[in-house]
Design a protein around this ligand. Structure first.
Ligand code: ATP
Ligand code: MG
Length: 560
């Protein structure tokens, strides 16, 4: 149990109050109930951390349950990915993996029970007629002409629906509640519809499928869930959740709603994320620009950083949009502590050290992570020909540019001070090489005479480099809110960022990176945090930039 002085969100407060009052006999049992119709996203991570986290903190249990009542949209590919993602986030459902489809027979039997109790009836109106008969929030609905069918007739029709005697849309099973109920969802809601669709688990066994509302609470009940935690949009479903449990007289968990996670510059709708995949705007569900768990993983996010972010965000009753920078900062914090520093040059400019002998090579000591002494150090080779970043040199530098220019001295990280003596251009006037001298007395990066330089550049030794392709990312959408469009004729897709991916081919890396394997994370000094992509092969390293060192806003502030 958590220490009594700690802040508790309202969900944990409810759980603690229930433990104190003995409401559930000291039990805490939650579940994470994804529908396997897409990959999980960062919003789901919030729900996962909340449900599994509460179970862990209060000595309870959390189930993984696939809410698979919609055969047309669901697939085992999604089931598998969801299990992988929950595990990767660090949670374990032990032997409690469930599927709502496992309860289809029980749900059917309960439906017959409700018919016998005159709390359900077969309605033969069309879906359109049902919808229009429901009324509006200010006007009551009208009773279906089929509302007073006898129990026997209802049982007969319902059994024949199951047996496949009717076409889709001919009948539905509805709960008999109240067509004037103040909650629209309780105006005789649909419990079952006819669908001749193959289900990824039950195959063609069923041609009637229960609705979400008729399934969810009963599944919770069957699993003896105590706290059924879901997002705020289900608040108006709660009276129905309660009604089914009461009408059936079964274990009745408490539904508790919390705010969804939303992030700027992206979106959390599985339907839209699927569109991005299907229409080729991204390379797949795990494209590193996607807000999916697998996309974030491929981008270089750690489970720790996502859990820390979710804990920071907290749970409330107010829907709000979190700034993407907050997520990125949690990754920066984690990687700053845990990722080894390396040197890499994305846009190489050749530097020749004219007073350094051609056949010589220094092995210089470079610290792996100043934040973590245990990470030790490595050797980086220094030789006559080096690469620095093109943007670290200017022939005619403006006032605020402190890096290399003609006649200037700068420090090469872990190496020496160098001074630029000559600029070599091709016939078009493009700078192709610069010549420098180095000061052997500054080995390691400090001058014995105490003289200072204004810049420290990263670099690599030309003949020792490892080449790589490096992918740099920007936001998936150009607007904080992708739904905000200037012209009503446009939709959210018009806000997709055409510059969200930039591929740098032929980046030059220090030789120690030759042994990097898929998933390894590094800080490339001055460039950001990078992760080895799964498309890396024996002869081609591919890196994704996970995040820059500072966010763009902070950079602007620092510039003053
Ligand atoms: P989508 O609208 O993207 O299809 P969903 O809510 O329908 O998402 P489910 O598979 O039903 O997706 O979600 C499983 C669980 O995750 C639910 O309890 C749901 O409330 C929760 N969840 C989904 N999206 C978010 C989010 N953005 N923030 C927090 N929890 C979420
Ligand atoms: Mg859902």
């Amino acid at each position: 149990m958590t220490a009594s002085s700690e802040y508790r969100d309202f969900v944990r407060q409810i759980v603690e109050d229930d433990l104190a009052s003995g409401k559930w006999g000291g039990r805490v049992h939650t579940r994470f109930p994804p529908e396997p119709n897409g990959y999980l996203h960062i919003g789901h991570a919030k729900s996962i951390c909340l449900n599994f986290g509460i179970a862990k903190e209060y000595g309870g249990k959390c189930n993984l349950r696939f809410d698979d009542t919609n055969p047309e949209k669901e697939d085992v590919e999604y089931v598998d990915s969801i299990m992988e993602d929950v595990r990767w986030l660090g949670f374990d459902w032990e032997d409690r993996l469930f599927y709502a489809s496992d309860y289809f027979e029980q749900l059917y039997q309960w439906a017959e029970l409700l018919i016998r109790r005159e709390k359900a009836y077969v309605c033969s109106l069309s879906l359109e007629e049902i919808r229009s008969g429901r009324g509006t929030p200010s006007e009551p609905g009208t009773d279906s002409p089929w509302r007073s069918r006898s129990v026997d007739e209802n049982l007969d029709l319902f059994r024949r629906m199951r047996a496949g005697e009717f076409p889709e849309g001919a009948h539905v099973l509805r709960a008999r509640i109240d067509m004037a109920h103040k909650h629209m969802l309780l105006r005789d809601p649909i419990m079952y519809r006819i669908r001749y669709a193959e289900h990824h688990r039950t195959g063609n066994k069923w041609c009637i499928y229960p609705t979400y509302d008729y399934t969810h609470g009963q599944s919770d009940s069957l699993e003896q869930i105590t706290h059924s935690i879901c997002t705020l949009e289900f608040e108006n479903h709660r009276p129905l959740y309660d009604w089914y449990c009461e009408a059936l007289g079964i274990h009745h968990p408490q539904q508790i709603e919390f705010n969804r996670l939303n992030l700027t510059y992206t979106m959390m709708s599985k339907r839209r994320l699927l569109l991005l995949v299907q229409e080729g705007f991204v390379s797949g569900w795990d494209d590193p620009r996607m807000p999916t768990i697998c996309g974030l993983r491929r981008r270089g996010y750690t489970p720790e950083s996502i859990r820390a972010f979710v804990a920071y965000v907290g749970v409330t009753k107010n829907n709000a949009t979190m700034d993407m920078v907050v997520l990125e900062n949690h990754l920066r914090e984690d990687l700053n502590r845990n990722a080894a520093r390396r040197m890499a040059v994305l846009n190489p400019l050749k530097v020749v050290i004219t007073n350094y002998p051609e056949d010589q090579c220094d092995e210089l000591d470079a610290i792996n992570n100043p934040e973590n002494p245990a990470a030790g150090s490595r050797k980086v080779p220094f030789s006559r020909e080096l690469f620095i970043e093109q943007e670290d040199f200017m022939e005619d530098p403006p006032k605020k540019f402190f890096r290399l220019g003609p006649g200037r001295e700068v420090r090469l990280r872990w190496a020496y001070f160098i001074t630029c003596t000559e600029v070599i251009k091709d016939s078009s006037g493009k700078i192709v090489e610069i010549r420098c001298t180095y000061d052997p007395a500054t080995k390691g990066g400090d001058a014995p005479d105490g003289r200072k330089v204004k810049a420290t550049l990263h670099w690599v030794s030309a003949r020792h480099t490892v080449k790589a392709d490096v992918r740099l990312y920007d936001h998936l959408f150009v607007r904080e809110d992708p739904d905000e469009v200037a012209d009503p004729a446009l939709d959210w897709k018009s806000n997709l960022n055409p510059a969200s991916l930039q591929v740098v081919t032929g980046a030059m890396l220090e030789p120690s990176l030759a042994s990097a394997v898929v998933g390894d994370r590094f800080q490339f000094e001055r460039l950001g945090y990078f992760c080895v992509d799964r498309e890396t092969t024996a002869d081609r390293l591919v890196f994704n930039r996970s995040v820059t060192l500072k966010d763009a806003w902070a950079k602007e502030q620092a510039k003053g």
